[in-house]
Design a protein around this ligand. Structure first.
Ligand SMILES: Cc1cc2nc3c(=O)[nH]c(=O)nc-3n(C[C@H](O)[C@H](O)[C@H](O)COP(=O)(O)OP(=O)(O)OC[C@H]3O[C@@H](n4cnc5c(N)ncnc54)[C@H](O)[C@@H]3O)c2cc1C
Length: 469
């Protein structure tokens, strides 16, 4: 049970900002503090729904003058729930959603509260896109600052590989631009270092020409020979062209209209396919996947890119309880495949899944030290996504996710993706950043020596932090 939120005199704050100040007595308070993961139930003393960068400066100053904890909310999707703090001030950017596209220069200027859908819709109108994640409801800010992987990552890298500059409010309250030319060390640090270095109010992304319609969809296989299918998947992705991305998802079949009713609720192996090239060539690759074996159903065709970006939204709507664990892999060893098949065969709820995300390609060609995001040898990222409805199921679901994580660990490569790390993984942060961690600590000492921004996967500005490596 939470303690009652602290009562603050926020009159001066409301005078100072153009946006809205929300306090616990407000009727909107509970909806504004709610985030994607229903496991997180924290009560900030005050929430500032910022309208622009000066609002962020004012909110930060108010919090610092009163020594309040500070959290920053973009899309509110991080599994750890650090966008909402207990008893402090939550800087909510979710109403700052403007996206401006300069099609000639192939640039997008994105306010930090924008969701992936806001960016996709604005850029795809010009036949352009930046690689983002696979759920359109995710926030661009957290996704970018931690890395950002999705269907386009094999061809165009991670989201953060396409970041050209950012406007940031620092711990000192000053607004800076960070890019390769301006404040380059800050730019290095924010590209993977999460919210440790300041509050980004706007991102500038490089855009790529993409087809507005893509060949994409799902192939659903029976679970009986899950390990055999995953071995075929492993061999397939070794030689697949970069225009093709295929993620493997092991879960119970949702009631999708193209699946027979008797399959609903049964364990299945799903291959989610995305091809950015000419669909005619893509079909040949889909045929190779079909040859893996008989399917329970499939739904593959030419669809608007924007629609495909929304295809998984209904399965991952906010409001459920969630717990994740993830590993990076340079390859899927037989032992990892055995763990996948074993634990996907004992799913503790209908909503749990384990997915294998194919990254590789352009995302692996960036040198490891080029920016804070370090996992350039991660060809695959496996995330065990425990998801359920009631608190009574917490233990069974969390234990299951942890058990899979432990079983798969011996076969995993180094590092970890901070955007998939839960709130109990603070001790994993140094290992997550690996060889880039010491430089991140130095950057933290420079840009946030008092650790003002600590509601995140925290890089503490201390020498002791480096010794933790
Ligand atoms: C349903 C779902 C699908 C996902 N799919 C993918 C995927 O396909 N690919 C992928 O790479 N990731 C994916 N993720 C993970 C995602 O990258 C992280 O959850 C990410 O943090 C979401 O960003 P957000 O802005 O919504 O999160 P928030 O929870 O709002 O923010 C996360 C953290 O980022 C920091 N932060 C947020 N905004 C700012 C800012 N403006 N300035 C400074 N710091 C800030 C804060 O520390 C905050 O705690 C998914 C997550 C979910 C829940």
């Amino acid at each position: 049970m939470n303690s009652p939120a602290r009562v603050l005199d926020t009159h001066s704050l409301q005078q100072a900002v153009k946006g809205t100040v929300v306090v616990p007595s407000d009727p909107t308070y509970d909806s504004v503090r709610a985030i994607w993961n229903a496991m997180i139930d924290r009560r900030p003393a005050v929430i500032v729904r910022c309208a622009d960068a000066p609002d962020v400066v004012a909110a930060l100053a108010f919090a610092r003058e009163r020594n309040l904890e500070i959290s920053v909310r973009g899309g509110g999707h991080h599994i750890a729930g650090n966008s909402v703090c207990e008893g402090g001030l939550m800087i909510d950017l979710s109403t700052m959603k403007q996206v401006r596209v300069d099609a000639a220069a192939r640039r997008a200027y994105v306010e930090a509260g924008a969701l992936l859908s806001d960016v996709d819709q604005a850029t795809l109108a010009h036949g352009l896109a930046v690689p983002l994640g696979i759920n359109s409801t995710t926030g661009v800010a957290g996704l970018t600052l931690g890395g950002g992987m999705g269907w386009l990552s094999r061809t165009h890298g991670l989201t953060v590989d396409n970041l050209v500059s950012a406007r940031i409010v620092g711990a000192d309250g000053l607004i800076r631009r960070a890019s390769a030319d301006e404040n380059p060390e800050l730019f290095w640090a924010i590209r993977g270092g999460g919210g440790n270095f300041g509050i980004v109010t706007e991102f500038e992304f490089a855009l790529h020409r993409v087809p507005t319609e893509v060949l994409a969809g799902l192939l659903v296989f029976p679970f009986d020979d899950a390990a055999g299918l995953l071995k075929k998947y492993r061999a397939f992705v070794e030689q697949a062209p970069e225009a093709l991305n295929v993620w493997a998802v092991l879960r119970k079949a949702p009631p999708l209209p193209f699946l027979p009713a008797e399959v609903h609720g049964k364990e299945v192996v799903v291959l989610a396919v995305f091809y950015t090239g000419d669909p005619t060539y893509g079909q040949a690759h889909v045929d190779e996947l079909r040859a893996f074996g008989p399917r329970l159903g499939e739904h593959v065709g030419v669809v608007p890119y924007v629609a495909w970006q929304q295809a998984f939204d209904p399965l991952l709507a906010p409001g459920a309880r969630n717990y994740w664990k993830s590993h990076n892999f340079t390859e899927l060893a037989d032992g990892a495949i055995d763990a996948l098949a074993t634990y996907a065969g004992t799913l503790p709820s209908n909503h749990c899944e384990i997915f294998v995300a194919l990254v590789s390609g352009a995302a692996n060609r960036v040198p490891m030290g080029a920016m804070a995001y370090p996992n350039r040898d991660a060809r695959l990222v496996v995330n065990v996504h425990a998801r359920w409805e009631t608190a009574a199921e917490d233990k069974a679901c969390i234990d299951w996710a942890r058990a899979f994580y432990n079983a798969a660990k011996p076969f995993a490569s180094a590092g970890a993706y901070v955007n998939f790390m839960t709130e109990d993984e603070a001790a994993r942060v140094p290992a997550a950043y690996g060889a880039n961690f010491a430089r991140l600590v130095q950057a933290k000492q420079t840009f946030d020596p008092e650790n003002v921004f600590r509601w995140n996967h925290n890089v503490a500005p201390t020498a002791a932090a480096i010794k933790a490596l």
